[in-house]
Ligand binder design. Sequence first.
Ligand SMILES: Nc1nc2c(ncn2[C@@H]2O[C@H](COP(=O)(O)OP(=O)(O)OP(=O)(O)O)[C@@H](O)[C@H]2O)c(=O)[nH]1
Ligand SMILES: [Mg+2]
Length: 319
Amino acid sequence: MIEPEDNTISDSSSDEIPNDSSETESIAEVHEEASKEISIHGGEELDSISASEITSKYDTVIIVIAGPKGSGKTTLLASIYDSFHIGEFANCTFAESRTLVAFEERSHLARVESGIHAPTATRTPLGAGVQFLHLCVRQNSLPNNSNLLFADMSGEYYRMAKDSAEDCREISILTRADYIALLIDCELLSSQTTRHLCLVDARQLLRRCIEEGMLKSHTNIHILYSKWDVVIKSNCEKELEPVLKDFEQTIRTTVEDKIADMEFFKVAASPKQESSLGLGYGIDTIFEKWVKKKEKKIELDISKGQKSAKREFDRFLSS
Ligand SMILES: Nc1nc2c(ncn2[C@@H]2O[C@H](COP(=O)(O)OP(=O)(O)OP(=O)(O)O)[C@@H](O)[C@H]2O)c(=O)[nH]1
Ligand SMILES: [Mg+2]
């Protein structure tokens, strides 16, 4: 079972509130002070409460980055951030981010990692729960800014959700996602030994999400074949073609009528130096789709469910 996240101050200490009213009052004051602090953004990842401050103020696109351990989720986020450093990206310009430190950290680690080949350097720990990264951009053709919230989580969640209905239901943010970007690791896809299993795992996760009601009619699923440079290097593009065609047909049949849309992309957030693919290959196309204004605004008002909900996620999702 997924361990509960490190809950907010009000949640984690609620059991300890004594009956004495004066003491209760002083604890309440401390809590109030603490929640004020939460809304002062230090640039780190947002928890669900701080994330919902954004979603309640702005029309926000929620993108869940999902995929097995090491499939490149964190590197993908780093690559988006880095692209805005260079300048205009996907017909957008950077406006602001409340999680600059978190982006900077990922970007730094991704750079270090690609340089020294230390595969564990950027691993997102399971204990970190789901972390939200915020990005506000201006799409060049539109007058208003677009707010995006990315949910980054450890690949362990993916495995647990795939294997257990209960754990799958606990990733409640899936039900609110406008986009679920599901990464399929081409390192696994390129090898005959791991290819079958990695596709079966992805299918199994989606089936589980359907069974547990985690995919909604507003959900868009983007399947990202990550590290596409590895496929090119392994010279197995032709060999993979029918395999992927078959995989895509099968999952379309499984989920397409339950969700808004499903698309497939070949990407390489951080291709190895010898690759002919550019940095962030294919990411601009996807990002442009994410930024596009949603047709339907989803209000996330945490206050209504805050008292009864036990977990941060649940409070985030109460509306
Ligand atoms: N060749 C290649 N390697 C990549 C690419 N993107 C990421 N990687 C490498 O894949 C490894 C894992 O990347 P992460 O971004 O940490 O993966 P993750 O999905 O966040 O992993 P967890 O947080 O453990 O679930 C790192 O060594 C990256 O350098 C890519 O486009 N091409
Ligand atoms: Mg990660």
